[in-house]
Design a binder for this molecule. Structure first.
Ligand code: ADP
Ligand code: MG
Length: 320
């Protein structure tokens, strides 16, 4: 099996936690234990690549920077992306090493800093369309002050009616190319576990000379995961989140789990609007794209069911 696992936010920080280093390591331990179990069954040609979200970590980092902005300059979002790739990559690498060793599995693990190409003409960059909320929540007054200080920011009311209902929103463009894919594939072929495309990758564009330039944007980690899965030749793309299945009629009394479906059926369900934008929507869209473009199967399930989902016993499984 050539497996890419995309880890959701809950693999590193639970929603109710503050996000201390100890808490995040504890979550990574549980994640690493699951993944090490999968790797311990691998044959000589099998490999594992890992990607992960960074929403809570980049949010916290932005809050820290904003609070200290009179002492130290705020960094751009591409740099914040790189910082959190390092932060989370370290924690996953460290805990994976520990759990592989505990199982007597002698496989190396490495996290890489990874850029992902987007189109600077993506509609998300124009006007007020930017759709991804980041950082703190603000009151209407605070939102106006932020906008006055940073006229280039898109600041939107994301929770209408709430006292602090405003947030900065940044573009979430569609990813096209994983810039370091060839190097990642080479490392995987050497039998090493690679952690890459963290937080959806560092968003970059190519300038007139073909050089990469960072952008103020955030890429959806499942969409970027799909781009990487294809580029590195994964046969299985598994997105692990906080639900065991994608549901039909999500949020309604007749909600029902989706098991094994064909890509055609998944497309029909997506068109019917069962999967919300910003959460299950991009997961299902990425699953569909992966299988349509030649992947053997895409899986959506929860972290604690990863092994059973790979065995086909649970989870939402999208097949050609
Ligand atoms: P992650 O950090 O793993 O990407 P998300 O919050 O983005 O997690 O996505 C998982 C969430 O998607 C679920 O907790 C649920 O609230 C939401 N969701 C939206 N539509 C559906 C659906 N049809 N079935 C199940 N969950 C859904
Ligand atoms: Mg998500």
């Amino acid at each position: 099996m050539k497996l890419l696992v995309a880890l959701g936010g809950n693999a590193i920080k639970q929603a109710h936690e503050a996000g201390t280093t100890a808490e995040q390591f504890e979550n990574c331990e549980k994640t690493a234990e699951q993944l090490a179990g999968i790797v311990s069954e691998f044959g000589p040609d099998d490999w594992l690549a890992i990607t992960h979200g960074n929403g809570p970590q980049s949010g916290n980092l932005s809050v820290q920077m904003e609070a200290a902005k009179d002492l130290v300059p705020v960094q751009t979002l591409d740099v914040i992306g790189a910082m959190t790739q390092g932060q989370i990559g370290y924690m996953l690498q460290n805990t994976m090493q520990k759990h592989l060793k505990a199982r007597g599995v002698d496989i190396d693990v490495i996290a890489v800093i990874n850029q992902v190409l987007v189109d600077p003409d993506d509609p998300e960059f124009s006007g007020d369309t930017a759709s991804k909320p980041v950082g703190n929540f603000f009151t209407a007054d605070e939102a106006r002050a932020l906008k006055a200080q940073h006229p280039e920011y898109v600041v939107k009311e994301v929770k209408p009616g709430a006292e602090k209902g405003w947030r900065r929103c940044v573009p979430s463009p569609i990813p096209s190319v994983n810039v370091e894919a060839r190097a990642i594939q080479q490392i995987l072929t050497d039998g090493i576990i690679v952690i890459a495309s963290g937080g959806g990758g560092i968003p970059v564009m190519q300038d007139d000379k073909g050089d990469y330039q960072g952008l103020e944007a955030v890429i959806d980690k499942d969409r970027a995961g799909e781009v990487m899965a294809q580029a590195i030749g994964a046969d299985t793309f598994m997105m692990l989140t906080d639900v065991e299945h994608a549901l039909l009629n999500f949020g309604k009394p007749d909600a029902a789990p989706i098991g094994e479906v064909t890509v055609a059926k998944a497309q029909q369900l997506a068109a019917e609007g069962h999967f919300l934008p910003g959460s299950m929507g991009p997961k299902m869209a990425s699953a569909i794209k992966f299988v349509q473009e030649g992947g053997a199967r895409a899986i959506i399930s929860s972290l604690d069911k990863a092994v059973e989902a790979l065995e086909g016993k649970t989870g939402t499984i999208i097949l050609p």
